[in-house]
Design a protein around this ligand. Structure first.
Ligand code: SF4
Length: 308
């Protein structure tokens, strides 16, 4: 079947079934093109809560669809490829958090949204890369904080807030490869460019990078906003490669340069248009969360959403 036919069938089924397609900025461009909403984790979480659709087709990885299912328990949430996972989310289990809580009963667990529903259910408050600073700053100063599971984002939050934070040794296999050396080399190559870096990157808490006047650290939506609103004409982007698609679309007169073309998340590329069509036809693969876990996982997400 040619792409146009697949797209038409997707649109038809969407209408018939009152389905909404949510796609992450790292999804394949052709999948982003058929989505009703494109966003980062925070934006998509909000959309999942707001949509009037009966079905949400989540084009991202499994923890994102789980988050949508926690936020919207009355909707049918589908992920078109069941095995689309995340190395970061898989770096921690709920049992490990329960053990930490036993040793630190007064401690506060801040969980990045890139975690399973089980892990969220054992956490005190959730955050995304867009609001992690705000969330940590809001916590009582005398409490011990454990930040899970991304140690690069956690180290950046620690540097920016001055709070002492215990960091979980997890990371994203893509952003972990974006180093200070790469940022410095790109800055020399493009001296007029702003360099926009995601805080999951290994270099986000590097002091030399932090002191470079042309380097800015943002969530993916923040990177898009900066590139769109800045009068500058050249931007080097330090995050997953597909984020450049929307930045380029919204800024056709600007030069958008990847920090490296190899920053690709294979998991985020697992969903093709054919999978979206099949997901709508067969209403597969439904993501369900047991009620008890859902109630507990909702609490840290709700706290985050109420705060921002
Ligand atoms: S880019 Fe990193 S954090 Fe995002 S889904 Fe892929 S492995 Fe997970």
């Amino acid at each position: 079947m040619v792409t146009m036919e697949i797209v038409q069938q997707i649109k038809q089924l969407q209408k018939e079934k009152n389905a909404s397609i949510l796609a992450h900025y790292y999804a394949r461009p052709e999948v982003q093109d058929i989505a009703d909403y494109i966003g980062d984790s925070l934006e998509l979480s909000r959309k999942a809560g707001e949509t009037k659709a009966d079905i949400i087709v989540f084009c991202g990885v499994h923890f994102m669809a789980e988050t949508a299912a926690v936020i919207s328990p009355t909707k049918k949430v589908l992920i078109p490829v069941e095995g689309a996972g995340c190395s970061l989310a898989e770096s921690i289990t709920s049992e490990q958090l329960t053990q930490w809580k036993e040793v630190n009963p007064q401690g506060i667990i801040v969980c990045y949204v890139n975690t399973s529903a089980d892990v969220k259910a054992c956490s005190d408050i959730c955050c995304t890369s867009a609001n992690a600073l705000q969330i940590v700053e809001s916590l009582p100063a005398d409490k011990k904080i454990l930040f899970v599971p991304d140690n690069n984002l956690g180290a950046w939050v620690q540097m920016k807030t001055g709070r002492e934070i215990e960091l979980w040794p997890g990371n994203c296999c893509v952003h972990e490869r974006i180093t200070a050396e790469m940022v410095i080399a790109r800055s020399e190559e493009y001296p007029d460019a702003d360099i926009l870096i995601h805080p999951e990157c290994k270099c986000s808490s590097d002091l030399q990078v932090a002191n470079m006047p042309n380097v800015f650290i943002y969530s993916t939506s923040g990177i898009l906003k900066h590139a769109t609103e800045s009068p500058k004409k050249q931007f080097v982007i330090g995050t997953e490669i597909e984020a450049l698609y929307q930045i380029g679309k919204k800024n056709p007169s600007k030069e958008i340069i990847p920090i490296a073309k190899t920053m690709i998340c294979g998991q985020m590329k697992k969903i093709h248009l054919e999978d979206v069509l099949e997901a709508l036809e067969k209403e597969q693969y439904e993501v369900t969360i047991p009620a008890a876990i859902r109630a507990k996982a909702w609490s840290p997400i709700r706290k985050m959403l109420e705060m921002i």
